[in-house]
Design a protein around this ligand. Structure first.
Ligand SMILES: [Zn+2]
Length: 147
C-alpha cells in the first residue's frame, strides 16, 4: 500500500497554479509518475491537466473524455498514472461522498487542492480503498522538496 508520496516542489507549484487559474471552477487532472514495486512509495513526476466538463463546474468535476485520452498519449513512456488531482475552491481538502464514489479509486493517490483560504492553498493526498463495498480513504504523507 502507498503511504508516502513524493512530488517535486516545482511540479506541485504548477499543479496549484493551474487550480488557481481555473477558479471559481474546480480544476482536475492526472499525475504521471512511478511507484516502488511494493507500492509503498509513489513519485509524481508529470502533471497532466484535464478540462472540467461538469455542468456545474464550480461544485463538481467531470474529466473531459478527449483530454483524458490525450493525457494518456502525453504520459511519458516510462511513467504510469499515479494520481488524480482536483480542487476544492471553497471547501477543505477532505474527500466528499462524491469524490469517494469515483470510478478511479484504484489509482494509488487522490490529491485535493483546497483554495478555501485565498493565498494559502492546502494540498492533501489520500488513498481510496474499497472495504466491503464502502469506499474509505486514508491520508498519505506528501514529501515535497526541491530537485
Ligand atoms: Zn472533491
Amino acid at each position: 500500500m502507498t503511504d508516502l508520496i513524493i512530488i517535486d516542489e516545482m511540479l506541485l507549484r504548477r499543479v496549484i497554479a493551474h487550480c488557481e487559474s481555473e477558479l471559481p471552477r474546480e480544476a482536475c487532472g492526472f499525475l504521471g509518475g512511478v511507484r516502488e514495486p511494493d507500492g509503498t512509495v509513489v513519485r509524481a513526476m508529470q502533471w497532466l491537466p484535464v478540462r472540467n466538463r461538469a455542468q456545474d463546474p464550480s461544485h463538481h468535476f467531470l474529466m473531459d473524455g478527449l483530454d483524458t485520452v490525450q493525457c494518456l498519449m502525453r504520459l511519458e513512456p516510462s511513467l504510469e498514472l499515479v494520481g488524480l488531482v482536483h480542487s476544492h475552491p471553497r471547501t477543505a481538502a477532505v474527500p466528499s461522498e462524491e469524490d469517494l464514489a469515483t470510478e478511479w479509486h484504484t489509482l494509488p493517490s487522490h490529491w485535493i487542492v483546497s483554495l478555501a483560504v485565498p493565498g494559502h492553498p492546502d494540498v492533501r493526498a489520500f488513498a481510496y480503498m474499497n472495504k466491503d463495498g464502502t469506499i474509505m480513504y486514508r491520508p498519505l504523507r506528501i514529501l515535497s522538496g526541491a530537485g
